[in-house]
Design a protein around this ligand. Structure first.
Ligand code: CTP
Length: 447
């Protein structure tokens, strides 16, 4: 019996796939089809696959062509499969010509001509392209634009900034470049807001009332009430409102939270997050005080995520200790926030005028988790125990600092009309409340 094997993602199964499978089948007597796992696709940079593994397997099974279906989960698995299943012929489409010649040491390799004019990528693009606009003065918008190139269900159509002429060239090439927010909103279906947090509430509200979906960089608003109101408007109008924080989409961060939930370090008794920087390189030149983010807005909101994610937002008390260098703009060169929970504590140390080790440490009753600097670009962490032989290290590839995963989650939430799985309204409200207390002076000490 001649055994043939072929592999693919088989997303949105189309006639190119079916023709490939039919021709693979007649090369022998028995056809094994390897379908790539979601994690493997992610690891090899295929991020916007629309169907999950089970849906794709089901589609291949429904063709009735495959005699056996296996899941491809890691680099190098093909050699193992060929040996394990006693495969005689490996085949794929001609778009891979030459790439699998190394398998000739194990079996015959045949590249079949690819069917012209159709691909999953093209179908995904045809299916849905969200017209997205960017708002803000940060040159991080350029990073965001570059990351959107990996998401073919998104088309950037506009940018709105107080300094349109100072934005990087690639942003100025978008179809609509303006400082007029109303004009901007006419060019988009959804917005990503990264302007000064002082404007978030007004800009998010206007966007929602104009029927646009919103991804707003954390902090979403500067008071709890405003935050609640925004979510109310979003719900009433069946729109997505999500808080932007790329760390929440890093695979390592997601796995870390799951491991905590599974009790890997016992009960959590403290969370310490430090986020500091000395440079202001992330803004257009000549940024004025109004548009500049202070420490608690730029770093505080981001660093509150793991605290509220892990310990919840029901803390018993807190103290905000800030060194404020300008009363007028409330610019804090550093801020330390201490939280007391019934059975735990947390500290967030942030600053744009100090430099420290930007690490995240989560202490438990059985051990602790250590995330090295810069923890917010989480790709690696360690679980450490008293007996160091039990220590575990975890690494998960992080492409584009998590931004592309965040954009995909946003688009999928819009498309599937569900909320973004990783951002929680109660966390957004708790973050907004901390901002509110900072500006009103509640629970605050100035040094
Ligand atoms: N294939 C083909 N003709 C096409 C598309 C795909 O013969 N028009 C073949 C590929 O060469 C591969 C198999 O089908 O052997 C599975 O390909 P896959 O990567 O899943 O499909 P694509 O449509 O190429 O997906 P994408 O656009 O995401 O790369």
């Amino acid at each position: 019996m001649v055994k043939v094997i072929t592999y693919g993602t088989f997303d949105l199964l189309h006639k190119g796939h079916i023709r490939l499978l039919e021709r693979a089948k007649i090369l022998g007597d028995y056809l094994i089809v390897g379908v790539t796992s979601d994690d493997f696709d992610k690891a090899r940079g295929k991020l916007n696959v629309q169907q999950n593994l089970m849906e794709r397997i089901e589609a291949v099974r429904a063709t009735g062509i495959a005699d056996e279906i296996v899941v491809e989960e890691y680099e190098g698995q093909k050699i193992e499969d060929i040996q394990k299943y006693g495969v005689d012929i490996f085949t794929v489409g001609s778009d891979w010509c030459g790439k699998f010649d190394y398998l000739k040491d194990y079996c015959q390799v045949i590249y079949l001509p690819r069917t012209e004019g159709i691909s999953s990528s093209a179908l995904r693009t045809e299916k849905y392209q969200l017209q997205l606009g960017l708002v803000g003065e940060s040159i991080i918008l350029e990073k965001f634009l570059n990351e959107c190139k990996y998401v073919n269900s998104v088309k950037l159509t506009a940018v709105c900034s107080a300094y349109p002429a100072e934005l990087p060239e690639c942003l100025q090439e978008l179809p609509c470049v303006t400082s007029d927010y109303d004009v901007f909103l006419n060019h988009v279906e959804a917005v990503y807001i990264m302007s000064t947090p002082k404007l978030h509430y007004a800009q998010v509200k206007k966007a929602l009332l104009s029927g646009k979906h919103v991804l707003c960089e954390t902090p979403e608003a500067l008071t709890r009430l405003q935050c609640e109101e925004l979510h109310c408007i979003a719900k009433k109008n069946a729109l997505i409102l999500a808080e932007g924080n790329k760390t929440a989409y890093a695979t390592a961060y997601i796995r870390l939270i799951l491991m905590l939930k599974a009790g890997k370090i016992g009960d959590v008794i403290s969370v310490d997050a430090t986020s500091t920087s000395l440079s202001e390189k992330y803004f257009v030149k000549n940024i004025d005080d109004f548009n500049r983010w202070n420490s608690i807005e730029a770093w505080g909101a981001k660093s509150l995520l793991p605290v509220f994610h892990i310990l919840g937002s029901d803390y018993s008390s807190k103290q905000i200790i800030s060194h404020i260098t300008s009363d007028e703009s409330m610019f804090d060169s550093f801020t330390i926030i201490n939280f007391v929970y019934p059975h735990a504590v947390a500290t967030v140390k942030v600053g744009k005028g100090i430099k420290s080790e930007n690490e995240l440490i989560i202490v438990g009753t059985k051990g602790y988790i250590y995330v090295p600097a810069p923890w917010w670009k989480t790709d690696y962490f360690e679980i450490r125990y008293e007996n160091r032989n039990e220590n575990k290290r975890y690494f998960y590839q992080l492409d584009g600092e998590g931004i592309r995963y965040e954009v995909i989650a946003f688009v999928n939430a819009i498309k599937n009309k569900n909320k973004m799985a990783l951002t929680d309204e109660s966390i957004s409200q708790a973050i907004a409340e901390v901002m509110e207390d900072y500006y009103s002076g509640k629970d605050m000490v100035r040094i």
